[in-house]
Design a protein. Structure first.
Length: 362
């Protein structure tokens, strides 16, 4: 493999000049620069990233610690994080916390050992000592999707409050009154916020959120199934179940079908997160869609700002309701009902080729 010395010999310049060209230093004559670049090309020289990181104290690498790589929402987030990072000249190493705080800390430790330039974290919960220490001791960090209150780190998240209000308004208009929720862990901000927003929205319609209609889940499918089993065992089961993430919706659907019940004839189902398979169930599932690509891009840009010494900003982007038919006749074409300002194209029918979940990423 060609070395920097070989490039210097081929170009007829010093090693220092080659180094200046590779680091885009301005004090190199155009002729020398051209000869160096031609030599790099001829010899197929690849700069040694490790050696360069020792010189510059930068690895141009970001760490991304996500809560659950098997959750399609986070998989999609990771995809767009990598894409934006690449556009800004960074590589990404991903750690999957599997919703476990101790695993989150393990990944944070490993990534810091690898001298990443900064960390994007979607915290599994707020009790990960190492993550908090790293944030407090000035490691460039941005929270994405979830955050830890009281920690001074920029947060890039989507705000689902209005979309949840729209969902409850939609269900109310359809005549549903017994509305249940499958909550995420109370240790996560997304777990708490979605229940709070749902409770507030019910209150606006004069409806209580009774304890029996709150299922405690953990953002995983099995917990959605268990919570729905419990709802179905009640003397008066709910008319609609709102799962606060896509995996718990999958579990809920399993339980409903396992009882030989039909959606929405026997019970309605709605979900937070909008993922492609929601379009392919019968009927397609009413969902709250997050601007995942925009979130990922904003998170990477905020982290690059921290790393590169610019003032970063926290970002909150609205989620939106996508009405399908899983809660009753809301209209197959009634995308984003209830929000006049929703950025959807009125009258555009949703088809598998043009699902709302993908439109939000264009
Ligand atoms: N957990 C699980 N699924 C999600 C989340 C979350 O915090 N946010 C969006 N989808």
């Amino acid at each position: 493999m060609a070395s920097i010395k070989d490039v210097a010999a081929e170009a007829g310049v010093s090693v220092a000049t080659v180094s200046r060209v590779l680091n885009s230093h301005p004090s190199v004559s155009p002729g020398a620069r051209a000869r160096v670049l031609a030599a790099v090309d001829t010899l197929g020289y690849r700069p040694n990233a490790v050696a360069r990181s020792l010189r510059t104290d930068q690895t141009r690498t970001l760490g991304l610690v996500i809560s659950d790589v098997l959750n399609p929402y986070f998989t999609e987030l990771a995809r767009f994080v990598e894409e934006e990072a690449r556009a800004l000249g960074y590589s990404v190493i991903i750690g999957n916390a599997d919703e476990r705080p101790e695993l989150q800390d393990h990944h944070v430790r490993t990534l810091l050992d690898r001298r990443i330039d900064g960390l994007l974290v979607s915290p599994a919960d707020g009790r990960s000592p190492l993550t908090l220490d790293a944030a407090r001791s000035g490691t460039p960090m941005v929270f994405v999707d979830r955050w830890v209150p009281g920690v001074d780190v920029p947060v890039v998240r989507s705000d689902g409050r209005q979309a949840i209000r729209d969902l409850v308004g939609h269900l109310h208009r359809l005549g549903h009154r017994r509305l249940a929720i499958i909550a995420g862990p109370a240790a996560t901000t997304t777990g708490r916020e979605r229940v709070d927003a749902f409770r507030d929205a019910l209150r606006e319609h004069g409806l209580p959120l009774i304890d029996a209609y709150i299922g405690q889940g953990d953002f995983q499918a099995e917990s959605g199934r268990r919570a729905t089993e419990a709802f179905l065992a009640l003397a008066e089961p709910p008319e609609v179940v709102f799962a606060t993430d896509n995996l718990m919706a999958l579990g809920a659907l399993d339980a409903i079908r396992g009882h030989g019940l039909r959606v929405p004839r026997d019970i309605g189902l709605a979900a937070f997160d909008d993922i492609p398979w929601f379009l392919h169930t019968d009927p397609p599932i009413t969902a709250i869609s997050q601007p995942t690509a925009e979130l990922a891009r904003a998170a990477v840009r905020a982290l690059a700002d921290v790393i590169e010494g610019r003032p970063p900003s926290s970002v909150s982007l609205p989620a939106r309701l996508v009405v399908r038919r899983s809660c009753g006749e809301g209209g197959a074409h009634a995308e984003s009902a209830g929000r006049p300002e929703a950025p959807d194209v009125p009258g555009t029918p949703e088809t598998p080729d043009h699902p709302a979940s993908q439109r939000s990423n264009l």
